[in-house]
Design a binder for this molecule. Structure first.
Ligand code: NAD
Length: 306
């Protein structure tokens, strides 16, 4: 019988697990569960006889892939898939997928919440400011970036975006301006909301050059990944420019140093972007459906490896 494993260090909600179980068992497959594991060896042991694997932020390393001799498909329930070793999957002809769009609304709402929190001086008694009329730059106009634009528009923000992989017309039709390059984007953003994936190209790409272009009092909002920030440059510019602010979903690697700049710096204690019951269920069910579709019908629509 086809065996599907959910391996989650940070578990899905019980509602999501029940929904996944209904889909997997409804397809005639068996479901196994490994939750809150503290030793990666438990993960290696659990994958030995499974055909399919669902993970959240869990790292699917070459060691995991090597231990999973029957594995045919791994699905990351979420958008970013930088926790999957794609080369290791490809080498073993394992299909790797994500579940794009399933948690975008949750992340977009957090990005807006971050902006309001910073505009209101982290709810300290100091006088804050309003988002209406401010310029918002969106770095990457994918599922999350697009939703942030839509919601920010309702708040009266003036929006500009940069995404070299999206046709300009697909951005301007939303009433959003298109930046020619990153220089134009960063220098015209009172708030800059980051939505680039963490790739070899984007890692540490948000550096001193771009940050120094941001206007007086600007705020960088990061609900993407901490890895895309050059953290040493961030520390340098927050020290030099006492007007700049940075809010991030998951503490920076140099969090202790950056905490010296609070309340201009704020980090969530753990990644919260997709941490809503709705996103949890959406991504979990999508992962289960994609596995069933792949095993039964060979559908590889959301495949992310070669
Ligand atoms: P998506 O795949 O829908 O969109 C990503 C966009 O980035 C695409 O439009 C793509 O064209 C663009 N892009 C890729 N490389 C780029 C580059 N070098 N410069 C500019 N644009 C580039 O993904 P999404 O759902 O919008 O999510 C975006 C990122 O947010 C994910 O990759 C993930 O890392 C992160 N994320 C975080 C959380 C969280 O919990 N905080 C949850 C979901 C996603």
């Amino acid at each position: 019988m086809t065996k599907v494993l959910i391996a989650t260090d940070k578990p899905f909600s019980p509602v999501a697990v029940n929904g996944i179980r209904n889909i997997i068992e409804g397809a005639g497959f068996e479901l196994a569960l490994l939750e809150k594991y503290t030793d990666v060896k438990d993960f290696y042991a659990a994958v030995t006889d499974v055909d399919a694997l669902i993970v959240r932020s869990d790292k699917v390393t070459k060691e995991v892939i090597d231990a999973a001799s029957k594995l045919k498909i791994v699905v990351r329930a979420g958008a970013g898939y930088d926790n999957l070793d794609l080369d290791a999957c490809t080498a073993k002809r394992i299909v790797a997928m994500n579940t794009p769009g399933q948690n975008s609304n949750a992340v977009a709402e957090l990005a807006l919440g971050f902006m309001i929190y910073m505009a209101r001086t982290c709810f300290t008694p100091a006088t804050g400011s309003e988002l209406s009329g401010k310029r918002l730059g969106i770095h990457a106009y994918g599922n999350v970036g697009r939703l942030v634009a839509q919601k920010a528009k309702a708040l009266g923000m003036d929006i500009i975006a940069f995404d070299p992989f999206i046709p300009a017309e697909a951005i301007t039709k939303d009433g959003v301006k298109v930046a020619k390059n990153l220089e134009e984007l960063y220098s015209n953003s009172d708030y800059l909301s980051l939505h680039i994936p963490a790739t070899a190209e984007t890692k540490e790409s948000i550096n001193y050059n771009f940050l120094s272009l941001m206007p007086k009092g600007a705020c960088l909002v990061n609900t993407a990944r901490k890895e895309v920030i050059n953290e040493a440059d961030m520390e340098k510019i927050l020290a030099e420019r006492t007007d700049l602010k940075y809010i991030t979903d998951i503490a920076a690697g140099n969090n202790d140093a950056l905490m010296a700049f609070a309340p201009r710096y704020f980090a969530t204690p753990k990644k919260m972007g997709a941490q809503t019951s709705e996103a949890n269920v959406n991504a979990g069910l999508a992962a289960a459906n994609q596995i069933v579709d792949f095993i039964k019908n060979g559908v590889t629509k959301f495949k992310v490896n070669k």
